[in-house]
Design a protein around this ligand. Structure first.
Ligand SMILES: C[S@@+](CC[C@H](N)C(=O)[O-])C[C@H]1O[C@@H](n2cnc3c(N)ncnc32)[C@H](O)[C@@H]1O
Length: 232
């Protein structure tokens, strides 16, 4: 895989998310369909709900002490970052995304919560080793050109005992020919999807333990799953 090819795909991904404006009504319907509680969505900034482009609700059963450091990898417009930040009394959420225009949506809100957008590549995260209690990621690992680098970075920034909670897309066997031959299939989140065993193997290679993949549901040609793991 050449650097040139990687840069072209990343440029296409950025172009796609630069124009991910969305409509608040559609965003509300999509998030509720994806498991976000309606009463929660109604309290969130409409511009963030409108630009939601994840593949499911991450936070069922997740509890916060209030002082955690949380990193949202591929945060997009920051809907999940915002939800976490509003649970923290004394913690910080870093929202990492390479598409500046997506981060601008959360950055343009009156931030009364501790949320810091960082425009960067999730394959090379500008945060210190062992700084995070929790890493979250919603539909972004599939877009990483090097899953190896992305999972290694997620693991590197987690404290010992820290956790990864993500939703992502996995495929079952080969995708249909119309997807495989579509040069844009990578940035529509299909071309980069791994099979479940490949995903678990990449995560284990990065050092993750107690990897679980659960809550499978159909998502276009692939499946959306919840991924949980612990660091070290
Ligand atoms: C499908 S969207 C999901 C956004 C957000 N997590 C959500 O649930 O709305 C994927 C996001 O990942 C970002 N992304 C893709 N590849 C990336 C990379 N290598 N580094 C940083 N961000 C990346 C895109 O810019 C986009 O905002």
């Amino acid at each position: 895989m050449t650097d040139d090819w990687e840069q072209q795909i990343k440029a296409q991904i950025r172009q796609r998310y630069v124009v991910q404006a969305g409509d608040a009504t559609e965003g509300t319907a999509r998030t509720i369909e994806h498991g976000y509680p309606a009463e929660l969505i109604n309290e969130l900034p409409p511009v963030l709900v409108a630009a939601y482009s994840g593949c499911g609700y991450l936070f069922a059963g997740l509890e916060f002490k209030g002082n955690e450091t949380v990193v949202d990898l591929g945060a997009g417009a920051g809907l999940d970052s915002w939800i976490v930040a509003s649970h923290l009394t004394n913690g910080t959420v870093y929202s990492v995304d390479m598409t500046f225009e997506m981060l601008e949506k959360v950055n343009s809100q009156q931030l009364t919560i501790n949320l810091l957008p960082i425009c960067a590549d999730i394959e090379n995260v500008p945060l210190a080793n062992c700084c995070a209690d929790l890493v979250i990621a919603n539909a972004s690992f599939n877009l990483a050109i090097s899953k190896e680098h992305a999972f290694a970075e997620a693991h590197r920034i987690l404290k010992p005992g820290g956790r990864l909670v993500a939703r992502d897309l996995i495929k079952e066997g080969e995708l249909p020919p119309e997807i495989l031959t579509d040069p844009l299939s990578y940035n529509t989140s299909l071309g980069g999807a791994l099979e479940e065993h490949e995903l678990a193997a990449e995560m284990a290679k990065a050092g993750f333990k107690n990897i679980t993949v659960s809550d499978h549901w159909e998502f276009s040609y692939v499946q959306s799953v919840k991924i949980e793991a612990s660091a070290r």
